[in-house]
Structure formats: C-alpha cells, structure tokens
Design a protein around this ligand. Structure first.
Ligand code: 16G
Ligand code: MG
Length: 551
C-alpha cells in the first residue's frame, strides 16, 4: 500500500475537519456536498474488503428515498448482501478519520483482517440519477485506484441491479450474467414462463395493465430499457419518470406509504392497479382508489401475504417437507401477522428494523419470505430447496407436481434473492395476480389493516431509548414501557412501540388500534410519554387533528 500516494490523493478529497458520520442501516447518508471524502474512502475500503474476501465488492452511490439534494453510499458484500457488521464499523472509522489519521486507520484494518495487499481487487460501482451522483462515483473510483484496485463502472443502475451483478460475478455466473442485459433476460424469461400458465385460465384475457410511479428516479430508466423484453400483454405506463420533476418530491414508495396518499403526477382512475418505486428501486408499494375515491394502500405486509399464499399452495403440491416462513418487523400491521399465523398457518418471525436483519433471519428457512411494511422485501430459497425444486421441475413424472415445481423454479429465477428489488417484486406480484385471477381489490381484501399512525419525537439524545424483543419493548428509560402498557391497555386491538431511528436524529412512535381515532390518540399519548420520560426537546406533542399529524 503506497501510503504516500493515499495521503496525496486523499488531500484532493479532503474531509471537512470535525465532521463525523455513521454507517447506518442504509450506509452513509447526508447532504451531497459533504460526502466527497466518504466516497473516496469507501472506494478504498471496498478494495480492502475485496482483498479480504477474494471477491468483487459493490459500491452503490444513492440516498434512496431521501431528498434529491442528499446522497449516500453503501457497500455490497460478495453474495450481493449487505456489508458485514464488523466492516460497517471499519467504514465508520475510516470515514471519520482526520486526514493525518487515515493511514493509521487503513493499516489497522489491514492488520486486523489480515488483508493480502498483493491480491487483485475488483470493485463494481453503480449510481442513481441524482445530479451529484456522477461526481461522487468518480470519487469512489479515485479511492479504488489509489489502492491499486480495478473497478467496473456500471453507471446508472438500480441498487438491486448492482447487488445482482456482484452476486453473479462472485458465483461465476451461476446466479446469472453480470450485465444489465443478463438481468433483463433472466427476469423476463422467468416472468414469461410463469405467466404462460395464466393464459389458459379464466384470467387469461384480463388486461395486465399497471401504472407505475417511478419516484422520478432510476426505476423509470431501467423499466424503459426492460420494456422490450416484456411480453405484449403486459402494459405498463410509467409516471414520474424524472423528465420533469425532482426525485422523490411528493412521489415514490416512501411518500405514498408515509402519507397514505397517491403520489403527485399519477392520474388514477377508480380500481386501477398502481404501484410506486422508491428513488433507487429497492422498494415497492401498490395501491388503488375505489369508486368512492377512497385511497387503499397495499404495503409490504400485504405483498408478503400474497406471495406466501402463492408459494404455500405450490409447496403443498410439490414437496410438503419444504417449509415457508415469513419475516417481519414490529411495523408489520397486526392484521397481517394474525392472518399469516392463524389463517395461513405460516410461522411468522419478528426482527429488528433494517433489511439485513430480515435477510439474515429469512436465510434460516427453506423458503423465507421477508418484507418490511415500507415495501422492501424478497424471498430467499435455501440451496437444498432450490436443488430439490429444480430436480422435480425436470424429472417429476406426475404432471401436476412437475408443473407446480416449474412455477416455483420460475419464481426462484424471477425474484432477486440478493435484496428487495422493486422490478423483480413487481413482476412476481403481477404474475401471481394473473395466475390467480385476482383483481387489486380482491388482493386488498385478503385482510383489513388495523388503523395505525407513525409519529416522531425529538429528544436530546435518542440513544437513551433502549429496546428489546425486536424493538417491541423498551428497557430504558425505566418508566417508559410501563407508561406505554398503560396507554395500550385502554384501547381495543391496540399495540404501540417506540424506537430510536437508525437514519435520522429522532425517535419513532408507532401505534395501531381498532379505529383511526384510537390509533392517532394512542400515538400522541405515547409520544407525549416519550417526550416526558426520554428528554424531549421543545414543546411536548399536542393532540392534533389527524390531518395535521407529523409523520
Ligand atoms: C433504512 C433501511 C430500511 C429501514 C429504514 C428504517 C436498509 C437497506 N434500509 O432505510 O430497511 O426500514 O432504514 O429507518 O436496511 P429508521 O431507522 O429511520 O426508522
Ligand atoms: Mg431504497
């Protein structure tokens, strides 16, 4: 490692003195102008990680659903998964090292991880459509080069596409071809195969028409590229394609989920099926409005339920020993958990917020379906399950069983097993709706969501709030859980929890109950308790009309 060269190059990507950042659940995020040094250093760290694992590593420049002015970066590990927690620590140390400490921090990481500095290193780089992303991705390239690594710049890609590339490359093509064309071909082939079976069913002539809000982001570009691979009967109409408006502004999956209303710029007719991607296309939510103009959101919980129903039906036909489980977070609507457990008899597991926790848990099962309510999720198949399914799809003599195995095989090829992927999820959902002949309303009516409310509270130090039981209970400050329990106990079908945000300096409060009024009141009263017991800043939250509630 030429430490002199590192110092010289780093001076061109100088860190503003005193600036400290943290590699959080979604990497580093912040205002774009403050991130140049972080990008340079993450390029360098990716080289060290590539050498430590003898694999290609991904670096994605994006701030997902944040405002356009922000940016961010995250590293992708060898199998296309999130960065290892220990290396998240190194990332934070490296990003926060003052210029004169940089060499020391890098040397320490190399020593701790026994990094072979002579090994080749390959880094895959991708970026979203933010105006700042090009320049920031060039800083990543500088960081790669200064340590003697090689990079492959994929340019504009969705986050899940870059995860896919990393996985394809490191599995020597077993997962697919590490090109955009390879991604489009793999997904579209599986999709076409899957929906073929729908053509002869009663839903065969149902128009597969879908309106997509692309959040003015990368999803629009990539769907346009992919459109020519779709079969003719799939009619997608893209809205908020970035040609006029700002990224994520009053649109996108996060906006729709948080505000529980349609995005700007999408003209929605009654009962039309619509969906929204987020800014880097790793999240998706569906929705429609009914004949009375009421908006209905179909979030990650209902997506997980639809997919689980479908997979379970197939697994019953194919191989009863293969089990399906669903992984959720505390934000999952109580109705979804209940439906899955009681009606579907599918085991449900709750883990801490953040994709890596869900992903990790889902890996424990033959078929692990995981979704956050916010629309991030996918399905994981164990190696053993995949092998068995592929074998049955090829060799099974019984027609019904073989056809069901083939469908499962197509789902395996269609879903992006590295990470939640709005494009792949959308295709899986569209295929299931077509195969089952379900309208968006029928899907929505599988169960009724409990009314809920999400609020935030400012406190002096959000880390004073400690949680346990997958963030469903508070252990500190001492009196807070008892206060929450008392408030919950006065309402029907009620539940509430609080947790420090991993991405913002705030405390999140979630409440659900049998009516919207009860959920709103509960959320407010819990917020007031947080403010009182956890060092609230500013005036205590006041009960407010639902329309003015802070989200
Ligand atoms: C990040 C997480 C997302 C989680 C959200 C919670 C990833 C890739 N993203 O965006 O899964 O829902 O944080 O944010 O892990 P919060 O901690 O601010 O509530
Ligand atoms: Mg995202």
């Amino acid at each position: 490692m030429d430490l002199e060269a590192v110092a010289r190059c780093s001076a061109r990507h100088a860190k503003p003195a005193g600036l400290a950042m943290h590699y959080g659940t979604a990497g580093f995020r912040g205002r774009a102008p403050s991130l140049d040094h972080v990008m340079f250093r993450m390029g360098a760290l990716a080289v060290l990680r590539a050498r430590a694992t003898a694999s290609a590593i991904g670096v994605m420049v994006t701030a997902s659903h944040n405002p356009e002015e922000d940016n961010g970066v995250k590293l992708i590990d060898p199998h296309g998964e999130m960065l290892h927690p220990l290396w998240e620590e190194y990332a934070t140390q490296l990003a926060n090292a003052e210029e004169q400490e940089l060499q020391k921090v890098m040397t320490e990481i190399c020593q701790k991880e026994a990094v072979d500095l002579h090994r080749d290193a390959l880094v895959f780089i991708g970026r979203d459509t933010r105006p700042s992303s090009l320049k920031l991705s060039q800083a990543v390239m500088d960081g790669v080069c200064v340590l003697g690594g090689q990079y492959h710049d994929y340019g504009l890609v969705t986050t899940p596409q870059l995860h896919y590339m990393v996985c394809c490359h490191n599995t020597q093509g077993q997962y697919g071809k590490a090109t955009l064309e390879g991604y489009y071909e793999k997904l579209s082939k599986a999709f076409v195969e899957l929906i073929k079976k729908a053509n002869s069913s009663s839903s065969g002539d149902r128009q597969r028409h879908l309106k997509i809000d692309c959040a003015n982001g990368i999803g629009a570009l990539k769907l346009r590229e992919m459109e020519r691979y779709f079969p003719q009967e799939v009619l997608i109409q893209l809205y908020n394609d970035g040609s006029r408006e700002k990224l994520n502004h009053l649109c996108g999956a996060d906006y729709v989920k948080v505000h529980q209303k349609p995005p700007r710029g999408l003209d929605m007719k009654p009962n039309e099926r619509c969906c929204s991607f987020d800014g880097d296309a790793d999240r998706i939510v569906y929705y429609y409005k009914d004949a009375d103009d009421h908006f209905h959101l179909i979030d990650g919980d209902k997506i997980a339920t639809l997919i689980s129903i479908f997979l379970k039906e197939l697994l019953v036909k194919v191989e009863r020993t293969l089990t399906v489980a669903v992984v959720q977070t505390a934000y999952a609507n109580g109705s979804s958990t209940r439906y899955l457990e009681e009606t579907m008899k599918v085991p449900v597991h709750c883990v801490k917020t953040g994709v890596k926790h869900l992903h990790h848990k889902a890996q424990e099962f033959d078929v692990g379906v995981y979704f956050e309510a916010n629309g991030h999720g996918t399905v994981l198949f164990s190696k053993a399950a995949e092998t068995k399914i592929r074998q049955l799809a090829k060799e099974e003599k019984d027609d019904e069983r073989r056809e069901a195995a083939k469908m499962l095989e197509n789902v395996i090829d269609l879903i992006n097993q590295t990470v939640g992927d709005a494009i792949a999820d959308m295709l899986v959902i569209e295929a299931i709706l077509a195969l089952k002949g379900l309208t968006v309303q029928q899907w929505d009516s599988i169960y009724t969501d409990l009314p809920n409310r999400l609020l935030k509270v400012q406190v002096a130090d959000r880390q004073v709030i400690c949680t346990t039981d997958a963030e469903r209970r508070v252990t500190a400050p001492p009196a807070l859980q008892a206060a929450i329990d008392a408030l919950v106990s006065t309402r029907q079908a009620a539940r509430a929890f609080v947790r420090p945000s991993g991405t913002e300096d705030t405390v999140r409060v979630y409440a659900e109950a049998h009516t919207q009024e009860a959920a709103d009141a509960l959320a407010h009263e819990v917020s007031a308790a947080v403010h009182r017991l956890a060092g609230g800043v500013g005036a205590p939250p006041q009960p407010a009309a639902p329309a003015t509630l802070l989200t």
